[in-house]
Design a protein around this ligand. Structure first.
Ligand SMILES: [Zn+2]
Length: 624
């Protein structure tokens, strides 16, 4: 868990922090006077709760009655930013927490973590007993919801442990089941390739020798597939590779060694039938054994007919579903126009529903779908992209020249964990704006976890709980991250930590963690835009850019922070271009928005695709 701010700001509301009402008078005057800016007054001593013997219970109602002793004065502070200046400044909620899920599921790196069989769980809110808990007379008063739980003291001792302090990070590994054992290299890649008539369209390409040739999209993709197959044969000879093609019909070639299975006509609108047929098709062997067969199949492909994209995607997911962590790479150049998920004749609500259902089924089976389309085509990426968005895959628009590299990079096995769920617990009185639940507990189904994945949440204190939180001085947070490792072991990682509480008038903007904020802003505004909440996204973007500008006045801006600034500008341009609520994003805009939805911080080990290429090239912008 990484927080954007060292403190929890408890007076932020949907309309921004109401500083004038909440801060004592002298605070405002101090921040308005210029001289005062140069020599800020010492902050009023913060109140610290006297350290409590661990044998005492922790009823939160007692907190205010405990003797309050100023243990130390805060260190001198740099000039504060006047929060009143600039109007909508501070409309931005800086209570943001980032979870680097990609790193958290990599338990091999954290060999020192405590390992327990199972956590002791609160009967009401399911928080776990942690280093912040105290058990007194076999009673644990949950620090998140106040519920009194009876607990076994010896067990409690193990869970609380001797770890004095404010943070704990524990792993819980239930017994390993051998039945579930799965080889790491057992995962599958299914190439689901469009061979409809439009794939004959040619593009002028300059060869290495400098001459120009015209090659069709199909030729381009055949070449890219051949190169990817050769690459995989060399790099990961044990991976299973399958081929599925679509036009008027869907053909499952599997690993290319058997008679292909063809589905057409009525079969293309029968969900159950397609799933069963594909699931029943023989499991592909590893590429070391099938390379020759697959390359021959790819060579023989010819293009004609319509685009049965939906049924083909469904068949591919079914094929891949036998191995959690498998990938489907969908390459298309046009809109689905036949069978399930038809976007031209059919009802658009039906097709949206179909793709959503398919994505959810893929998530459940641990299958990642990536969507690749060609530059200059229109395949309704905003809709098809949802397949990738929900399953953790990528959305890319490629040119014939870059296709091979892109396919290789997407097919790379970067799934670290499957069936992941994150539960974030905050104390009663805290809520998560933008999340469905109006609760202090947030559950997010993540599904597949890929390298570098980062998810972020905003939280805020309900106005009627503000006084209470200020009196509490610190607030606890707990993350339960449960997932299956690649060898199918079920793991729950529980991280607990507490943060001090303050009001916005005491926040030093220059010390905010801009990376956490910017990643959250990108994810939030991209997801609002995709949901059609463009006005809201614009409002946030304006306030965020304002805050970034203020921060840049307070301290030098780091190189990566200027990249975050570019994200905001890009999103602003995209949003400004959307005129009506129902407007469907162009493929180019959809690509960028989907990439920003999965933004991750620049300095993390893995930089997401979004950082690899210039965000929105001038061409993109011009075409939007
Ligand atoms: Zn509880």
């Amino acid at each position: 868990m990484e927080f954007a701010c060292s403190h929890i700001v408890c007076n932020w509301g949907p309309d921004g922090a109401d500083v004038s009402q909440l801060a004592p008078d002298y605070e405002n005057k101090a921040s308005l006077g210029r001289q005062m800016d140069m020599f800020p007054p010492p902050l009023p001593p913060r109140r610290f709760r006297k350290p409590r013997p661990t044998s005492l219970p922790n009823p939160s109602s007692l907190a205010s009655q405990l003797p309050v002793t100023p243990l130390s004065l805060p260190p001198p502070v740099p000039p504060r930013l006047d929060l009143q200046e600039g109007g909508n400044n501070f409309k931005v909620n800086i209570n943001v927490v980032s979870l680097r899920v990609g790193r958290l599921v990599d338990i091999s790196q954290d060999a020192g973590l405590e390992t327990f069989q199972s956590p002791v769980i609160c009967g009401k809110c399911s928080a776990a007993l942690s280093c912040l808990s105290s058990v007194w007379k076999r009673l644990w008063v949950c620090e998140f919801c106040g519920f009194e739980n009876g607990v076994d003291e010896s067990l409690a001792q193990v869970c609380i442990g001797q770890r004095a302090g404010v943070r704990s990070d524990d792993l819980y590994l239930p017994g390993k089941s051998e039945d579930d054992y799965q080889n790491l290299e057992d995962t599958m890649v299914v190439f689901c390739v469009d061979i409809s008539g439009s794939m004959t369209v040619t593009t002028e390409v300059t060869t290495e020798s400098g001459s120009t040739v015209h090659i069709s999209r199909l030729e381009g993709i055949q070449d890219a597939l051949q190169r990817t197959l050769a690459f995989m044969l060399q790099q990961s000879p044990h991976r299973r590779v399958a081929l599925v093609t679509f036009n008027d019909e869907v053909v499952i070639y599997g690993d290319g060694t058997r008679t292909p299975l063809t589905m057409r006509d009525w079969a293309l609108v029968d969900y159950e039938h397609i799933w069963k047929q594909a699931l029943g098709y023989r499991v592909p062997h590893c590429i070391a054994e099938t390379y020759q067969h697959l390359t021959n199949r790819v060579k023989e492909l010819g293009e004609h007919g319509a685009t049965a994209l939906g049924p083909a995607a469904l068949a591919s997911v079914a094929l891949a579903s036998k191995y959690p962590g498998s990938k489907v790479i969908l390459c298309t150049d046009g809109r689905a126009n036949i069978g399930l998920g038809d976007m031209e004749q059919g009802n658009s609500t039906d097709s949206k529903y179909f793709y959503r259902e398919l994505a959810l089924q893929a998530v459940e089976k641990g299958v990642i779908i990536s969507v690749m389309s060609f530059k200059g085509t229109d395949c309704c990426l905003a809709d098809i992209g949802r397949l990738a968005d929900l399953t953790g895959g990528r959305v890319n628009i490629v040119s014939i020249g870059t296709m091979a590299t892109e396919i290789q990079s997407i097919s790379e096995d970067n799934v670290l964990a499957t069936s992941a769920t994150a539960t974030l617990l905050a104390p009663d009185g805290v809520y998560f704006p933008f999340e469905d639940e109006d609760n202090h507990k947030l559950v997010r189904e993540i599904g597949n976890v890929t390298k570098g994945m980062e998810i972020t949440f905003e939280f805020a204190v309900k106005p009627d709980y503000m006084e209470f939180c200020l009196e509490r001085n610190t607030l606890p947070f707990q993350l339960h991250l449960s997932f299956k490792t690649r060898d199918q072991q079920k793991v729950t990682r529980i991280i607990t930590e507490q943060r001090p509480v303050t009001t916005s008038s005491q926040i030093l903007l220059g010390r905010l963690n801009v990376a956490v904020l910017a990643v959250h802003w990108a994810q939030l505004c991209a997801s609002l835009t995709m949901d059609g909440r463009v006005k809201e996204a614009q409002r946030h973007l304006a306030a965020q850019q304002d805050l970034l500008r203020h921060i840049s006045k307070l301290r030098p801006i780091q190189k990566e922070e200027s990249i975050y600034g570019n994200w905001m500008e890009t999103m602003t341009t995209i949003c400004d271009d959307i005129k009506t609520e129902s407007q469907i994003l162009s493929d180019e805009a959809a690509e960028v928005v989907y990439q920003l939805k999965r933004a991750s911080s620049i300095n993390s080990n893995n930089t997401a695709a979004v950082q690899k290429k210039p965000l929105v090239g001038k061409k993109c912008m011009a075409s939007m």
